[in-house]
Ligand binder design. Structure first.
Ligand code: NAD
Ligand code: UD1
Length: 337
């Protein structure tokens, strides 16, 4: 089976491509390297001991996409390509709508033109917004609070309408909670271009000496220890979820949104302690004001993922911290350092 992976050079994409190759899929990665390095794919090739095709270009470029589809004739697409920085999306909303929404429309048009019927889309728990109840299940109201989150919601709705209009199509919308961790080899991992926005890459850079200390955003939330609680999901489990989703799309028509998390929350201070334990490093930190737009608690209802995909997370927070530290300590400055 041939799978086109858009954004396959990125953090989650590279881990998923490695798993796809391991399972014998034929893979083509399409990426414009807007937020990634070709090095990631070179390392995936080493780990997989298998080659695959790579095409450099933008998902918004219809002529380029048509060319890729005509050559590769994919049976399914995993669509990771997109921009993901919440703060930047507030500054440059049109750019986010163009790349994330227009890019997805161009991709869907191209899929239909080439009779490619199956798509797995990278959505996010951010589509839920402020929790009306917990855990978030897939029926929770959708009320994202920033342009990035709205691009995810709009693309979900566009894919839903597309699948409705084309009875042969199957779509799986995976709503990731908080992806962290790295492949156990330490050869691939998350490599943010600028100062990380997210907690785990930030802690990892403090541990390796690139950043001075962690700012803990608020300590008076209504949680066990007052710091924000999130459902961290190991990127290897997340990659496995994509393989399960591709298999599901092969024998089910229509469109399903599915949460991908562990079902358990971990606070900032708990994560910090787990990382100190895994790395043997003391992580300097201080409490500062809350970050605007942050929610107190977020964790997933995971029963739909198990019922439909037969998938559940297998790795815990200690695994996530160990593998992150293995990656960061072996590659202190990431791929190009
Ligand atoms: P990433 O930035 O590491 O990977 C995205 C990849 O897409 C990069 O390689 C980038 O170069 C490429 N890309 C971006 N725009 C492109 C375009 N127009 N054409 C071609 N390639 C393009 O991000 P990631 O963490 O691997 O996330 C993958 C997907 O999952 C994204 O859609 C993201 O919004 C979504 N997601 C990520 C998280 C997270 O915390 N990492 C959480 C929820 C959802
Ligand atoms: C962020 C994004 C969300 C995205 C998710 C993907 C924002 C407002 N939200 O959410 O849209 O889907 O990443 O993984 O950017 N924290 C600190 N100090 C830091 C960084 C984070 O204390 O330097 C805290 C946060 O307040 C939060 C927790 O750590 O309680 C996790 O933060 P983060 O990794 O940024 O994830 P989200 O807040 O879930």
């Amino acid at each position: 089976m041939r799978v086109l992976v858009t954004g396959g050079a990125g953090y989650i994409g590279s881990h998923t491509v490695l798993k796809l190759l391991g399972q014998g899929y034929e893979v083509l990665v399409l990426d414009n390297y807007a937020n990634s390095s070709p090095q990631a794919l070179a390392r995936v090739k080493i780990l997989a001991q298998r080659g695959f095709d790579i095409r450099e270009g933008d998902v918004c470029d219809a002529a380029f996409l048509n060319d890729v589809f005509a050559d590769f004739r994919p049976d399914a697409v995993i669509h990771f390509a997109g921009l993901k920085a919440v703060g930047e999306s507030n500054q440059e909303p049109l750019h986010y709508y163009k790349k994330n929404v227009s890019g997805s429309i161009t991709l869907l048009e191209c899929m239909q033109a080439h009779d490619c019927r199956q798509i797995v889309f990278s959505s996010s728990a951010t589509v839920y917004g402020e929790a009306e109840y917990l855990p978030y299940d897939e029926a929770h109201p959708l009320q994202p609070t920033n342009p990035y989150g709205r691009t995810k919601l709009f693309v979900e709705e566009i894919i839903r309408d597309w699948a409705k209009s084309w009875p042969a199509a199957s779509a799986v919308l995976l709503r990731y909670f908080n992806p962290v961790g790295a492949d156990p080899s330490g050869l691939i991992g998350e490599d943010p271009r600028a100062i990380p926005n997210n907690l785990v890459p930030y802690i990892a850079q403090v541990a390796v000496g690139r950043l001075d200390h962690l700012n803990v955003f608020g300590d008076d939330y209504d949680t066990r220890d007052g710091t924000g609680e999130r459902d961290y999901i190991h990127v290897e489990d997340l990659a496995d979820a994509h393989l399960a989703a591709v298999r599901y799309a092969q024998d089910h028509k229509g469109c399903e949104a599915i949460n991908i998390g562990t079902g358990h929350g971990t606070t900032v201070l708990e994560l910090l302690a787990a990382f100190e334990e895994a790395s043997g490093k003391k992580i300097a930190h201080q409490t500062v004001a809350k970050r605007e737009g942050d929610v107190a608690r977020s964790f997933a209802s995971v029963s739909k993922a198990y019922d439909l995909l037969g998938w559940r997370a297998e790795r815990d927070v200690a695994d996530m911290c160990r593998s992150t530290w293995n990656w960061q300590s072996n590659n202190p400055f990431g791929y190009d350092g």
